[in-house]
Design a protein around this ligand. Structure first.
Ligand code: NCD
Ligand code: ZN
Length: 360
């Protein structure tokens, strides 16, 4: 607790990392990188581009594009992931890991979410990949939802845990597995019982929203993401997990920018862009739960400890100072303001903000 210093309405914490982030590419990447890099030192970058990042060359080139987009004077490390498909070769994963290019591999069940049509159709098809990952120590990041249309969309995470995750962990007990963006009490209890092999990331939006949020005054596509937000009892369980001080739960924003037009099309894209005020959004939850003293461990310590990485040396300062979140995030490239992303907490007032000047 030495590193945590409370002054009047100030909270100084070790610089956080984001263990689950979508940065996209091109113009969107150039715009969304700054809000993340101004706060977080490292981020695990998701590979669900079109085409997906599945080779060492693609990951290296994407890392270069990300680094080029980072504003000058900011130190930010993208940690690259490989997109698993039925065809992934264990040799490529091993080579990418040995060369320090692949930090982890991402398992999307086929058609579970945005750009997952080339994902894994049946986990048993990638047994040899998982075997190699377990041996070499390459972590597996999982989008934990079944895709069967006969399973209720609100039950897909729980069914995945029972039908796929449990057998997978039994078969590969030493494999490092992160169940991403958990959304249910079931997942909370399961992860606690399986740690240290298994850990989980928790997003800000799943801590703030329950499923009613999607239907206030009509359908609110801004709050549509996958896994879909659940009943209130699950949100309560997630808030208590995040603020519990248990090392198996750590920060992963799943910030997933989509242009407004794509969210409002006839088939709206799933994903919430929360990078604009991610740490502020988490701070609000921890404050509301009377657990600000647990924020630093969740945001800046449990992740690196799980992955065996050094803790960040830098500190950031959060100041309690209410501020209104803009209603639109306009892309830098767009002078006519027609292309924009709606940020999480759009138009709301958040109580904490990051000090731009107090960095040390
Ligand atoms: C993500 C995206 O848009 O890439 N969407 C989302 O709703 N979270 C993909 C994902 O993480 O499921
Ligand atoms: Zn994601």
């Amino acid at each position: 607790m030495d590193s945590l210093a409370f002054k009047k309405k100030r909270l100084i914490i070790r610089q956080p990392d984001d263990w689950h982030l979508h940065l996209r590419d091109g113009d969107i990447l150039k715009s969304v990188i700054s809000p993340t890099a101004r706060v977080f030192h490292r981020a695990v970058v998701m590979p669900n581009l079109v085409p997906p990042i599945s080779t060492i060359q693609q990951a290296l080139a994407y890392r270069e594009r990300i680094l080029e987009a980072v504003p000058e004077g900011i130190s930010f490390s993208p940690l690259m992931t490989a997109y698993l498909s039925d065809k992934t070769s264990p040799k490529i994963l091993e080579e990418g890991f040995t060369k320090g290019v692949f930090f982890a591999a991402k398992l999307y069940p086929q058609n579970a979410t945005t750009n997952s049509s080339l994902g894994v159709s049946d986990i048993t098809k990638i047994n040899s990949v998982l075997e190699t990952m377990e041996i070499i120590g390459l972590p597996l990041l999982i989008h934990g939802e079944v895709t069967n249309s006969d399973v209720d969309v609100f039950d897909r995470e729980a069914v995945f845990i029972e039908q796929h995750l449990e057998p997978l962990l039994n078969k590969f007990p030493k494999l490092k597995v992160v169940l991403e963006h958990i959304t249910t009490e079931t997942a909370v209890q399961y992860v606690e019982s399986k740690y240290p092999a298994l850990a989980a990331t928790i997003t800000p939006h799943h801590l703030h929203l329950n499923r009613n949020a999607m239907f206030i005054n009509g359908f609110r596509s801004d709050f549509y993401c996958l896994p879909i937000v659940k009943r209130e009892k699950h949100r309560v369980a997630l808030r208590s997990a995040a603020t519990s001080g248990k090392p198996c739960f750590f920060l992963g924003t799943d910030s997933a920018p989509h242009l407004r037009a794509d969210k409002q099309s006839s088939c709206g894209c799933a994903g919430i862009f929360n990078a604009l005020n991610a740490i502020e959004s988490y701070a609000q939850v921890f404050d509301e739960e009377g657990a600000l003293d647990k924020l630093e461990a969740f945001s800046s310590e449990f992740g690196p400890k799980y992955y065996g990485l050094p803790l960040n040396e830098q500190k950031i300062t959060l100041i309690k100072s209410p501020h209104k979140v803009p209603s639109k995030f306009i892309l830098q490239s767009n002078q006519i303001e027609s292309e924009y992303i709606v940020p999480f907490h759009s138009g709301e007032t958040l109580s904490w903000r990051v000090s731009e000047t107090e960095r040390f």
